[in-house]
Design a protein around this ligand. Structure first.
Ligand code: NA7
Length: 542
């Protein structure tokens, strides 16, 4: 038995998930410690402070939903909030609900060990602290572990280099510099369009072009903000019923039923003008499942790129042709393609000619071509979904680590609970719904609260999902994935299938059944008395 001080629950992380957990644990009357590696709340939004960082979900759906008053009193300045605005909001929530008293900042959890004799977790931090708890709740987010290709020669680089998700707090002056950006995912796109007007020259190293849709971000007027408050209940309902938890109604029409291609193109034009993910979700309801519809939508985007980008060779390089829309996570841009009309921006296609090494003065490609740079920015993504928890050094039953357990892929019941790791609940674990995160977090935390309600009422000390429930959930995630066109993008390395990190097992890391479908699964589990969990009172005999 550990001599470490005891609390009922430890929460790891003080982003949306950790902060929402504090509210739920207070409701349950449980004592808690919350450990956060950063020096402030915010989680993903604390770390991802690179130039141009912005949400791709409309602000009125990218927020907490547990307190209507909070929603009514907060004013978002823009349609898609910037990183500083999300951070400001989260600081406000932490202050308003007096959350800091529960949070220990600058403390990264670097180990968690389950004791089968007591059914307690011992949680260790990099500051040397140890705490024991009955319930361990992780709110690590999907994107907590950055991925950077291991390119030879980086140590020899005479300039500065940065990784977007670990961007320094101090201002980085890029003015008058020759900057190289590697990566054109959602992050790279935001950086590229933001820094191009500032730098002397920008060289973009692109391996796979993406279907970048125009965000059409804008400031919100007082009138618009008043309307959003008036419609608060409607927006909440829309969000939790929308397939990707966006605050919008579905299209209520199928592209497959529109037989004339020209009619379909007219529908897509409207979605393109509306901006953001409305191009995918308010035009037709089958873009991600119907090949013909997806093909027409994809060609529509390519034609937009060809119309915007003046140099036809560059335009063609920017046109995605090797995956369907949705085969990789489509980014939102704000004048992204227009950036390539600037005389100080060069696009380099590294698909046929990969980056081979970093030199003291820049980058060298496999062909030997060299590009000089004063600054290199890696926008190369994350070891997403499994990475954060697997890297936390979690030891479950029989001292087995989650990292070892997941070598062949995770099996998390409802995307929350892994068999062999009792009393551990992962908010935004792998195999959770692929949807806007704050609403998903809201529902997952509510669900975990219900599991704990039952455990506490029954006096259960050990709550563990069954291997059968985990396997069934994985099978369901697989089945749904293969009902969509998404697997057709696998060769282009989508991170949500584990395909972007060399050596990582490619598995179905997300539930694609939609937010409402996911909520129905959570309700079914709760109403059925939690059949996917074994709840035991006494410690398991040795
Ligand atoms: P992504 O979407 O994984 O993008 C990473 C980018 O980095 C992508 O364009 C990769 O090309 C590129 N990359 C990675 N390694 C290399 C090498 N070795 N050479 C050239 N290019 C490389 O990460 P993001 O951070 O942009 O976005 C992740 C999520 O964060 C996003 O979807 C939102 O949900 C928020 P590739 O496509 O693999 O050819």
């Amino acid at each position: 038995m550990s001599a470490a001080p005891r609390v009922d629950a430890v929460v790891v992380g003080a982003g949306f998930a950790g902060m929402r957990s504090i509210v739920e644990l207070r409701r349950l009357g449980l004592s808690m410690r919350v450990f956060e590696a950063g020096s402030e709340v915010g989680g993903t939004w604390y770390w991802n402070r690179y130039p141009g960082a912005r949400t791709d979900t409309e602000s009125w759906g990218y927020c907490f939903f547990f307190d209507k008053e909070l929603g009514l009193e907060w004013d978002w300045p823009e349609r898609f909030p910037s990183q500083p605005d999300v951070q400001k909001y989260m600081v406000h929530v932490a202050d308003r609900f007096d959350m800091r008293k529960e949070i220990t900042f600058n403390a990264r959890v670097d180990g968690a060990f389950f004791d089968e004799a007591t059914n307690l977790w011992t949680v260790r931090t990099d500051t040397g602290e140890e705490v024991t708890c009955r319930w361990l709740i992780t709110g690590l987010g999907w994107l907590g572990v950055a991925y950077k290709p291991n390119l030879a020669g980086l140590d020899s680089f005479a300039g500065e280099w940065y990784q977007t998700s670990l961007w320094p707090k101090e201002e980085v002056n890029l003015e008058g510099k020759r900057v190289a950006v590697i990566g054109t995912g959602a992050t790279g796109i935001q950086v590229i369009q933001t820094i191009a007007p500032v730098v002397e020259h920008l060289t973009v190293f692109q391996r796979t072009p993406n279907f970048v849709m125009p965000g059409r971000n804008h400031a919100l007027s007082d009138h618009q903000r008043a309307e959003l408050k008036r419609d608060y209940d409607l927006i909440t309902e829309q969000t939790f019923n929308h397939v990707f938890a966006f605050p919008m109604d579905p299209a209520n029409q199928l592209g497959s039923e529109v037989s004339d291609d020209a009619d379909l193109i007219r529908i897509f034009e409207k979605g393109w003008e509306d901006g953001g993910f409305r191009y995918i979700f308010t035009t037709v309801d089958d873009m991600l499942v119907d090949q013909r519809v997806n093909d027409i939508a994809a060609e529509f985007v390519r034609n937009k790129i060809r119309a915007i980008v003046k140099d036809p060779v560059t335009a063609e390089l920017l046109c995605p042709k090797t995956h369907p829309i949705g085969g990789k996570r489509p980014p939102l841009g704000n004048f992204y393609f227009e950036t390539f009309n600037r005389s100080n921006v060069t696009l380099v296609d590294v698909r046929p000619d990969p980056v081979a090494e970093i030199t003291p003065t820049g980058l060298r490609l496999t062909s030997g071509a060299e590009y000089e740079a004063d600054v290199i920015i890696f926008a190369t993504g994350f070891d997403a979904m499994t990475g954060p928890l697997a890297k936390m050094n979690v030891h479950g039953v029989g001292d087995r680590t989650l990292e070892a357990e997941w070598v062949e892929g995770p099996n998390l019941h409802l995307g929350i609970s892994q068999a062999g790791f009792p009393n551990l609940f992962a908010i935004l674990g792998p195999q959770g719904p692929f949807a806007s995160h704050p609403p998903v977090i809201e529902k997952q935390v509510e669900f975990i609260g219900k599991v704990l309600d039952k455990a506490l009422a029954d006096g259960a000390e050990r709550v563990e999902s069954t291997p059968e429930a985990g396997a069934a959930w994985t099978a369901m995630c697989d089945m749904i994935l293969h009902m969509t066109l998404v697997p057709k993008g696998l060769d282009d390395r989508p991170w949500f299938l584990g395909a972007n990190v060399p050596g990582k097992k490619q598995t179905t890391l997300a539930y694609l059944g939609g937010m409402a479908g996911y909520c129905a699964e959570l309700d079914k589990e709760r109403d059925g008395g939690f059949p996917g969990y074994a709840m035991r009172k006494a410690p398991v005999p040795a």
